[in-house]
Design a protein around this ligand. Sequence first.
Ligand code: NAD
Length: 300
Amino acid sequence: MPTVAFIGLGNMGGPMAKNLLKADWAVTAFDLSESAFSDVVAAGAVAAPSARDAISGADVVVSMLPAGKHVKSVMLGDAGIFSRLPKGTLVLDASTIDAATARELHVAARDCGIDFMDTPVSGGVAAAQAGTLAFMCGGTAEAFVRAKDVLKAMGNEEKIFHAGPDGAGQVAKAANNMLLAIHMIGTCEALAIGAANGLDPSVQSEIMKASSGNNWSLQVYNPWPGVMEGAPAGNDYKPGFMVDLMAKDLGLAIELAEQSSVDADFGRRANDVYQSLQAAGLGRDDFSIVMRSLVKDEGA
Ligand code: NAD
């Protein structure tokens, strides 16, 4: 049975590792936090005492870590895994990190003969649990063919994209989430204007879905409480995709825009909105809570 070493078993990594087990991969798992292990070990993974131990005998390595500095600390340097892996090992970093660090990791991997891809995801915890994540992959076409075999155990095969060369997955992810933030804010503003002028938010949502304002926030994530069953808005904006994570992703997108000399004005404004929500203590609420700052009584 082929083996995946999985590093980082948090909200996303835990369910992803469990889906690999379901698809008959053997999994050796490592996380700095012992409490992160119990679920995946109960599902059949072998707990390793360190990242170095986890990679011993692994055919593929998958990491799902908070940020670029964590990924670098696991992969690079004398203590990192790159220098210890057999040449040709496939390493997939599914974390959301800055594109510059992802490119640095590609160069270091190449020096060590490792087949590396940046493979960030879209879909959140629910899709990680359901095994329906979208993956956007950066690196060579050859690595992508190998990666797809592993990624389809954790995602929807039709949503596994080869975004382009080194770092392209992270670029696609940052750009996508910036657009998501902008259209969520626009959707909230449109619904607030409608409600202030006597429109029923459910009726207005149907009108916009059938019209040119249609977008993902309206289709599957309506921010007005009660309009859409299962959306975080109907449960006091919990749980969901946290404001803190959206602010992190907007920071990455804006940094990338600046490095690329793109004047992403709306991205910066969206970042200001999400930073104010963080300052108001709403960092752990779902990012559609921006609705609440626009309408005092939105029927919650
Ligand atoms: P999390 O904080 O729940 O999990 C991260 C895990 O990494 C933790 O268990 C932590 O102990 C572990 N970790 C940190 N440093 C480590 C190290 N050096 N060695 C081993 N383990 C280490 O975060 P998450 O929500 O699972 O997110 C993981 C990544 O996925 C992030 O980059 C995030 O931006 C991205 N992401 C998250 C979501 C979401 O909805 N949560 C959606 C898409 C993408």
